[in-house]
Write a protein that binds this ligand. Structure first.
Ligand code: AHR
Length: 328
């Protein structure tokens, strides 16, 4: 808003200089909007696509100066980055919070400095409402519900126990909390669903491979596994590697691996029958973040949440063309 006024003032000065017969000094364009962006890290293919989408949206040609900080998976690094953005007096802060707790102090500081914060991807504690201008991202509980509904249908006639291994994402993150809550509620209501193990995969392929390998090596001999519920594609890749190395059969007649994200590689694994179900999670949030900021520049109050529309994929839905056309 302030920037628009400044720009109008400059144009006015230019006109009066012309009228006075002086050689006008040409303004080079409206001032850039400075965005301080705190990204979690690069733990997954999804995250890399998310960073790319932000960088493509907040370019100088589009009218922005982007200060991008990669926190390398540490909340303290994110808090330090946000404090630095406040000192630098950026116009907006875009924050992807690694977990939901621990943000009150720094969000209050941004508020005191009059810098609007847009949360992207994940959320912060519900009681911090009012300390951020808007949130754009996924409804992770709804994603989890899509997965468990598919599982309930597929195993509705199962006579014996349905044995599940659950690989969780980064503890305390909105993505983990929502996807875990959906599974745990489904385990509660389906008497024959049996949670064999809950493991911390931290949304990475390497960690999941390790925890899955150890888990499989310690299962009682002959223990059947029906489902491995992974909270993202990279976890699914790590779990698949561990399962295949130990001779497990995947797919229709074997272990059903469930995943979230629907990256190109995730969809390819699904088309090959290694992943039974992928729930989409849209990382391409840059254009929407820019639209929200443009609206705020025009003085339009943003909505509190903007949720992406997401769907599921099973092997029969996939073709090479569809995978190639995928943007991430
Ligand atoms: O918060 C979104 C999740 O974080 C994605 O599912 C995952 O891949 C990422 O690391």
């Amino acid at each position: 808003m302030k920037r628009n006024l400044l720009w109008a003032l400059l144009a006015l000065l230019l006109l009066s200089a012309c009228a006075a017969g002086r050689e006008p000094e040409e303004p080079s364009g409206p001032p850039l909007i400075t965005i301080g962006l705190s990204q979690i890290g690069a733990e997954s293919d999804w995250r890399v696509a998310n960073s790319e989408s932000m960088k493509e949206a907040f370019t100088e040609e589009n009218g922005y100066r982007l200060l991008f900080d990669d926190a390398r998976q540490m909340q303290e690094n994110q808090i330090t980055a946000v404090r630095k953005f406040i000192q630098q007096r950026v116009d907006y802060i875009v924050l992807m919070p690694i977990s939901e707790t621990g943000w009150e102090g720094v969000l209050q500081e941004a508020r005191n400095a009059g810098i609007p914060v847009i949360l992207a991807d994940r959320m912060v504690d519900a009681e911090l409402e009012g300390l951020y201008a808007a949130h754009i991202g996924s409804d992770f509980r709804a994603e989890g519900e899509l997965a468990v509904r598919w599982m309930e249908e597929r195993y509705q006639d199962a006579e014996g126990p349905v044995n599940i291994i659950h690989i969780q994402g980064t503890y305390g993150s909105t993505a983990q909390l929502g996807r875990t809550a959906a599974l745990e509620a489904a385990v509660e209501r389906n008497g024959n669903w049996n949670l064999l193990a809950q493991l911390d995969g931290d949304f990475t392929q390497a960690k999941t491979y390790e925890v899955m390998r150890d888990c499989l090596d310690n299962l009682p001999v002959g223990q059947g596994i029906d489902i491995v519920y992974c909270e993202n594609d990279n976890e699914a890749f790590g779990a698949i590697q561990a399962l295949e190395e130990r001779g497990y059969v995947l797919g229709e007649d074997g272990v059903a691996v469930i995943s979230f994200d629907a990256t190109r590689n995730g969809l390819r694994s699904c088309m090959e029958g290694k992943i039974a179900l992928v729930v989409e999670c849209d990382p391409l949030l840059g254009p929407l973040a820019a639209r929200v900021i443009q609206g705020m520049e025009r003085g339009e109050p943003p909505e509190e949440h903007y949720y992406a529309q997401e769907r599921i994929f099973t092997p029969d839905m996939l073709t090479e063309e569809l995978i190639q056309a995928r943007e991430y």
